[in-house]
Design a protein around this ligand. Structure first.
Ligand SMILES: Cc1cc2nc3c(=O)[nH]c(=O)nc-3n(C[C@H](O)[C@H](O)[C@H](O)COP(=O)(O)OP(=O)(O)OC[C@H]3O[C@@H](n4cnc5c(N)ncnc54)[C@H](O)[C@@H]3O)c2cc1C
Length: 512
């Protein structure tokens, strides 16, 4: 039987994550295949996108990639959570640690999934204090300590995330994807089977021709195959998520500076600003709605709030939404070619990893074994995943702010019905894991562990409802109180032992 050929169009983060997962999974499935990445030197990658979620940690672990090498080669830093500033109202800050304390304590039989969160809200105690990442975030520390012999030991079992430069990570993954062919050229023509409509080959602007059996469209906003060839329908989120333009810039980090271990998401007059530290600089940007602000106005606003001039690196406009069917015939769109929404909860690279891990587990096989039922199933699951991202990000806009036309418009008219429905449900019952059906085979998703800190930070949970749930089970309440207190104590002590974030990064850099 012929060796099947899997072709990935695009060598950005999505292309290389896809290449990595597909190649490794084909090997595990014992499918003797060729994998090619079409990576044109003429078209740059998007050049932003530097905060991830815990899914990246899952990805590194699943594929046996050494984390310390990853830090050294990519300039990555830890991301333990997000610092949300000025969202609820100006001057109000809350943190979203990404670890889940429920993971380390066996719940008493019959306890609801989030009983520690429910207890925290009922007792009016800050949820972040019972997270290991809570005190680490406040003190800019790494989830590692140094042993007397100088080696590093991980504190706690929690999955962390990273900040990084996507171009360096692309190169790093390329270096780890042994046996993948690379073709330098822009896809300028597509050949298809007249009977089935399947893609059979690509023509590059160099004149080269690449025949293939299965194709991944990782061409970013160009959407070269999935839209230009297949005209896939678009589900727009532009109404409820009006932030649609970005003004990226960098700020320096000096060699001896301390480095935060969080993404800073700082609400502004018509959107919000991100600040993401890598080892050598802050990648920053103002993502705003151009219904309310011009690029010139955005630059002036940033310079005013930072009190310094900035050098704008580009002006990026994006469409907010997702493809209705990212998998059509023998083409799957992954990454920016498949969906995008403002990077508030770092859902993009996360989505790519989860989608490709799901695809590899459930559907990947020899091309002739993948069926229409597989496509429909994958498209449904991924559609739900991205709709959940939309609803979660939209929830961040249910705030008290009414100080600019943007904030007044968003709170009055741009809250999606599903966001309202979920919030109304959580007025009657505290959020539970069962509110989020698992369509992703247990792969990381936006569930209660990420919702609670945001809902608490925005003041959207009801203490009386939490109290009633706790009062219904006094033994559980006592257990939750004792657990909360012991976790706070344990994590304060662990933070005392933890290395400073910058010190950790220097230690790893200096390793032989
Ligand atoms: C303002 C902004 C901020 C972001 N912040 C975050 C964040 O904090 N966290 C996060 O997870 N994500 C973020 N993202 C998204 C993140 O950047 C992307 O998910 C990630 O970089 C993957 O991009 P990609 O590989 O899909 O596309 P790209 O990086 O654009 O790569 C596309 C590839 O396709 C190739 N290509 C294009 N056309 C053709 C063609 N005709 N033929 C052949 N090849 C072609 C290009 O050369 C390139 O190699 C952000 C995005 C934006 C716009």
């Amino acid at each position: 039987m012929d060796k099947p050929h899997y072709v990935i169009v695009g060598g950005g983060t999505a292309g290389w994550i896809t290449a990595f997962i597909v190649q490794d999974s084909l090997r595990r499935l014992k499918i003797d295949a060729r994998v090619t990445v079409v990576e044109p030197s003429k078209i740059p990658t998007v050049g932003v996108g530097e905060a991830t979620t815990a899914a990246f940690n899952v990805f590194l672990k699943s594929f046996g990639i050494d984390e310390f090498e990853f830090f050294r080669k990519t300039g990555a830093t830890f991301k333990l959570g997000i610092r949300h500033e000025d969202w609820r109202r100006k001057g109000f800050t809350y943190y979203g640690p990404i670890d889940d304390p429920h993971q380390v304590v066996a719940a008493p039989p019959g306890a609801p999934s989030d009983y520690l969160n429910v207890y925290g809200i009922a007792a009016g105690r800050p949820l972040q204090d019972m997270h290991m990442f809570g005190p680490l975030l406040m003190q800019w520390k790494a989830p590692y300590a140094k042993k007397p012999d100088g080696s590093l030991i991980r504190l706690g079992p929690f999955l962390h995330a990273y900040h990084f430069d996507q171009a360096l990570v692309g190169r790093f993954l390329a270096s780890k994807s042994s046996g993948v062919d690379i073709a330098d050229g822009v896809v300028s023509g597509v050949e298809r089977d007249p009977q089935t409509g399947d893609v059979t080959g690509l023509v590059l602007d160099t004149g080269a021709r690449i025949d293939g059996d299965f194709f991944f469209d990782c061409s970013g906003f160009h959407k070269r195959l999935i839209v230009k060839e297949f005209a896939a329908a678009w589900v727009s989120y532009a109404h409820e998520l009006p932030v649609n333009r970005a003004l990226p810039f960098w700020l320096p980090i000096a060699e001896d500076d301390e480095i935060p271990n969080y993404t800073r998401a700082w609400a502004q007059e018509a959107g919000w600003m991100w600040q993401i530290p890598t080892q050598g600089r802050f990648g920053c940007g103002y993502v705003y709605s151009d219904e309310f602000l011009t690029p010139e106005g955005a630059k002036l606003e940033v310079e005013r709030v930072l009190g310094r001039e900035i050098e704008v690196r580009s002006d990026i406009r994006f469409q907010i939404g997702r493809l209705e069917t990212p998998w059509i015939n023998n083409v799957i769109a992954v990454g920016l070619s498949s969906s995008f929404l403002e990077p508030l909860e770092s859902t993009s690279i996360h989505g790519t990893i989860v989608q490709m891990m799901l695809f590899a587990r459930r559907f990947l096989g020899r091309p002739e074994t993948m069926t229409g039922d597989h496509r429909a199933d994958y498209n449904r699951r991924v559609g739900r995943q991205v709709d959940d991202f939309r609803t979660f990000v939209n929830t961040h806009y249910v705030t008290e702010r009414d100080d600019t036309p943007f904030w007044r418009e968003v709170r009055a008219h741009r809250i999606h019905p599903e966001t309202r429905e979920r919030l109304a449900h959580w007025q009657r019952q505290m959020p539970r894991m069962t509110d989020f059906p698992d369509d992703l085979d247990g792969l990381p998703h936006i569930q209660t562990q990420l919702h609670y800190p945001v809902l608490e930070g925005l003041g959207l949970l009801r203490q009386d409802v939490a109290r009633a749930e706790m009062a219904a089970d006094p033994a559980l309440r006592q257990f939750a109180r004792d657990t909360y207190e012991s976790l706070v104590k344990e994590y304060r002590a662990a933070t005392g032992q933890a290395l400073g974030h910058a010190e950790f990064l220097r230690t790893v850099r200096d390793m032989p």
